[in-house]
Design a protein around this ligand. Structure first.
Ligand SMILES: [Ca+2]
Ligand SMILES: [Ca+2]
Length: 566
């Protein structure tokens, strides 16, 4: 399986998945050519200049936490069930090399700003701070580096993804988790409807201040609540009407009667808000951008009762059953929102279908919190397990069905890509002070339409000028594509050591190629080392200071990897 997959990765990056392993290459190529759109977006007769855009963003959903194999090189989960996400994969393009930053805030900040954390309007490197304390770092008694002091939210003065849509007459809405932007949202971020809510719900219940993860509370003051003026109308407990009208069409195999009169799960409420938004805007002349950053499947892991029972009955542990339950609940809401596009007014008649005029995205903000085998690491690590996630994009008649690409993309790339679809020339946009914005990403529109198989951009960077608790120490990472081969070079500031991996052959990052390197590998490492240094300098990337003497922690030497030459 792995050999076949890497063979295809190496030689043909967009394939019709039905032909993935059955046909020789020339037949696959024929399918590819027959199935692809030609011409730019503008030349495509099916392309509406300003499609609606629905961006569904899972929280902490790992690379192998979905049951489709399209997004993970045929490693779909055998435990977790995501039939709706799997269906999306069959209807659009799946990315096997979709990347993020190591955790929530920096990924969301990069997605919205279009900049790496080093970007002038971004500066969000980590959740909370770069002083994250845990087992290794507690109190930072003996650690050598004093971290860079970062920002908690992106600047409102830069151009962000909402500003891009506003510049093209879009209506913009945000429902779900705010991270990397202020919560509650204040300031000018170009968001018309900022329904940013938190999954830790608080309220006074019978006079006591009470906290709940994900489940609505019956507060003394306001009745059933998620603590959000925008979403509270969806906080009523499950009743028969909701079970019959909303949950049954999701084809769930669970016992829905268990839910009757129990508190609403926030994931369902975020889905309900999104469905109503689509219903309201479907006939509007102005297009919409609906950004739905779910809180699921972030800890605390609290599933929905019927689904948790379904997985417990299979003999799974409580922890895994709850996690499976959350994943399937997320999946049901992905399906529910997608279905709302097919029948926005919900009357069972599909003449109001807006699917053909809507770009639909499903993505996650960082790696899974449990296991991500065969990837090493979890959320918080810069190893693949922390930063490689599922990504699917659908747009009927524009994006070929059931296709797979191994082109690496990152959260910084959505701003320029979606700007293409919205018809915005981002080079013309000005920041609030009149200056030109910085864009770190590139558009992958040509990959989506099948017009291109590779981006001309060959490298991606990660930079952590501090501590992600015990999980990761100050470091810079470059990933680079040489032809169809992806290599990854790490630099660790504490020890001034490099490590390098060939991801096509070693997705688990087990074999450090700088241990007794071949001359070819040393050449590759030197090339990446040079680019890493140039990128750090060009972005004036901070590194923190040495605790011992207050001096700036230096960048890696431009030829630092040559010390492994023996
Ligand atoms: Ca996250
Ligand atoms: Ca209808």
């Amino acid at each position: 399986m792995h050999i076949t997959t890497s063979f295809f990765y190496g030689h043909q990056n967009i394939l019709n998945n039905k032909g993935f392993s059955k046909f020789p290459m020339f037949i696959c190529t024929a399918i590819l050519m027959f199935g692809c759109k030609t011409g730019t977006l503008e030349r495509n007769k099916n392309y509406n200049k300003k499609p609606n855009i629905v961006f569904l963003f899972a929280d902490d959903l790992g690379w192998v936490d979905v049951s489709t194999g399209n997004t993970n090189g045929n490693r779909g989960s055998k435990i977790y069930e995501t039939p709706q996400i799997d269906k999306l994969a069959s209807q659009g393009i799946s990315f096997t090399n979709a990347y993020t930053n190591q955790n929530c805030a920096p990924t969301r900040a990069s997605l919205i700003s279009g900049q790496y954390p080093t970007g002038i309007d971004n500066q969000v490197y980590n959740v909370g701070s770069l002083n994250r304390q845990d087992q290794r770092t507690q109190g930072f008694p003996n650690l050598p580096i004093k971290p860079f002091k970062q920002q908690k939210v992106i600047s409102e003065d830069g151009i962000n993804i909402f500003d891009v849509f506003k510049s093209q007459g879009y209506q913009t809405a945000f429902v779900g988790k705010s991270h990397g932007t202020p919560h509650p949202l204040k300031g000018d971020y170009g968001i018309d409807l900022p329904a940013d809510i938190h999954h830790i719900i608080t309220g006074f219940v019978q006079g006591e201040k009470t906290k709940s993860y994900y489940l609505a509370l019956n507060s003394d003051n306001v009745g059933w609540t998620f603590g959000s003026e925008y979403v509270d109308k969806y906080a009523k407990p499950y009743d028969q009407e909701y079970i019959d009208g909303v949950l049954k069409p999701c084809n769930t195999q669970s016992e829905l009667s268990l839910l009757k009169a129990t508190p609403k799960h926030l994931t369902d409420a975020i889905g309900d808000f999104s469905v109503d938004y689509i219903k309201e805007k479907a006939n509007d002349e102005r297009p919409f951008f609906l950004y739905v950053p779910f809180h699921a499947v972030h800890s605390n892991v609290v599933g929905r009762k019927d689904l948790t029972q379904k997985y417990l009955k299979r003999g799974l542990s409580k922890r895994i059953a709850e996690y499976a339950s959350m994943i399937e609940l997320l999946d049901q809401n992905v399906g529910k929102i997608n279905r709302a596009l097919k029948d926005p007014n919900g009357d069972g008649d599909f003449s109001d279908d807006i699917t053909n005029n809507t770009l639909f995205i499903f993505y996650s903000d960082n790696g899974g919190i449990y296991r991500n085998d065969p990837l090493t690491g979890i959320k918080g690590h810069l190893n693949e397990g922390g930063i490689r996630v599922p990504l699917i994009v659908c747009y009927p008649d524009i994006i070929p069905e059931n296709t797979i690409t191994s082109q690496a993309v990152h959260s910084i790339d959505f701003l320029p890509t979606l700007a293409d679809f919205a018809g915005a020339d981002i080079s013309e946009l000005k920041k609030k002070d009149g200056s030109k914005p910085q864009y770190d990403g590139v558009s992958f529109t040509g990959i989506l339409t099948g017009e291109e198989t590779r981006l001309s951009r060959t490298n991606l960077f990660w930079h952590l000028p501090g501590y992600m608790d015990e999980r990761f120490s100050p470091s810079t990472v470059i990933q680079k594509r040489f032809g169809d081969d992806y290599y990854k070079l790490f630099y660790f500031y504490e020890t001034e050591e490099f490590t390098m991996y060939h991801l096509n052959k070693d997705i688990s990052e087990k074999t450090n190629l700088l241990k007794n390197p071949t001359s070819k590998n040393l050449e590759i490492a030197l090339n990446m080392n040079t680019e890493m240094l140039a990128w750090l300098k060009a972005n004036n990337a901070p590194t923190g200071t040495w605790v011992e003497n207050g001096g700036k922690v230096p960048y890696p030497k431009g030829n630092g990897v040559l010390k492994y030459n023996n």
